[in-house]
Design a protein around this ligand. Structure first.
Ligand code: ATP
Length: 316
């Protein structure tokens, strides 16, 4: 039996601007994405039956066809039926370390790992671009999860332009265990509240793209300037998620008020809040202060460094 173990890291958004509506119904976005070290561990194995089987140690993650990791395997099975028949079924075991429904792309990164792992297992020889374009058929965050590091993501989030990797910073992640935010809800609510600012026609979309405000963030990343990066953190979805969840606003405020924090923001559609710190000691101090100020057992906090790559094979 063949077996591959892959690490599938989470992402945070350093920048998320909603530009307008696309003809396909998705939002047109301008984002800066960053991989962090906190990762799920995905074990892929061959099965003697021609089925796809998913197991996960987290009770909220489905084990059926609705699991994004399952869908990634099914997509490759459909595209490469001969390889699927030759190698038999696929077992996918997910050790979930990334919080679920958290704005950290947990499901997307699992799917990215399955695409990368099956490509190796079946010796398909797909390029990174080919894997990313398959991933984009399943979810907008998957192409970034495959390459990782620091990147600009445009379109509906699937067009990736890698930039200089941001290095040396540490991240404190905070999430209320029992609170999840549905990504479709966040975008739908944003649309209903801010539709009047939306750009729709293709020509105006191009002109509006010239006016995205992510330039200073990208420049600060090029200079590895943590202070300016922290000042330029931006996420349009905070406008709908924070008013709906005052606890998340309070968590964000508590993180931002820590003297060791360079800055704090919500990641993606939330509800995870992150704080940036210059050193591991500073990050640990933020975690300690926040957990003593917010005395709530439901609050989970993690400290994790940035990471400069996406899915990778675990060195055993
Ligand atoms: P994103 O940041 O990409 O919007 P997220 O971090 O907010 O994603 P996920 O953790 O990917 O959210 O989970 C969203 C929902 O997707 C979960 O409620 C779960 O039911 C479903 N799901 C399907 N497959 C997975 C998976 N492999 N891991 C986690 N959730 C999954």
């Amino acid at each position: 039996m063949e077996r591959y173990v892959l690490l599938a890291p989470a992402k945070i958004n350093l920048y998320l601007e909603i530009i307008g509506d696309r003809p396909d119904g998705f939002h047109e976005l301008a984002m800066v994405m960053q991989t962090v070290e906190l990762s799920d561990r995905i074990t892929l194995s061959t099965l003697s039956t021609d089925t796809i089987r998913v197991r996960c140690n987290h009770p909220e993650v489905p084990n059926d066809e609705s699991n994004l990791a399952y869908r990634a395997a099914a997509l490759l099975g459909e595209k490469f039926p001969k390889a699927f028949a030759r190698h038999g079924g696929i077992g996918i075991d997910i050790e979930k370390n990334i919080p679920v429904g958290a704005g950290l792309a947990g499901g997307s990164t699992d799917a990215a790992a399955v695409l990368v792992g099956i490509d190796m297992m079946w010796k398909l020889g797909l390029t990174r671009i080919e894997l990313q374009s398959l991933g984009a058929q399943l979810g907008s965050d998957i192409p970034f999860c495959i390459s990782g590091g620091t990147a600009i993501a445009t379109g509906r989030g699937e067009k990736i332009s890698p930039i200089t990797d941001l290095q040396g910073l540490y991240v404190v992640l905070g999430k209320y265990r029992s609170l999840s935010v549905s990504t479709p809800w966040a975008y739908k609510t944003y649309r209903s509240q801010f539709e009047s600012n939306y750009v729709r026609e293709e020509a105006s979309l191009l002109a509006r793209q010239e006016r995205v405000h992510s330039g200073p963030m990208v420049a600060a990343i090029a200079q590895q300037d943590g202070e300016t990066i922290a000042q330029r953190l931006y996420n349009d979805l905070e406008k709908v998620v924070l008013p709906e969840h005052p606890k998340v606003q309070a968590l964000r405020d508590a993180c931002a008020a820590c003297p060791e924090a360079l800055g704090a923001m919500m990641s993606g559609s939330g509800p995870t809040v992150f704080a940036l710190a210059k050193t591991l000691e500073d990050a640990k101090a933020i975690r300690k202060t926040v957990s003593s100020q917010i005395d709530d057992e439901d609050l989970a906090l993690w400290v994790t460094p940035l990471h400069s790559a996406g899915v990778r094979v675990e060195k055993l």
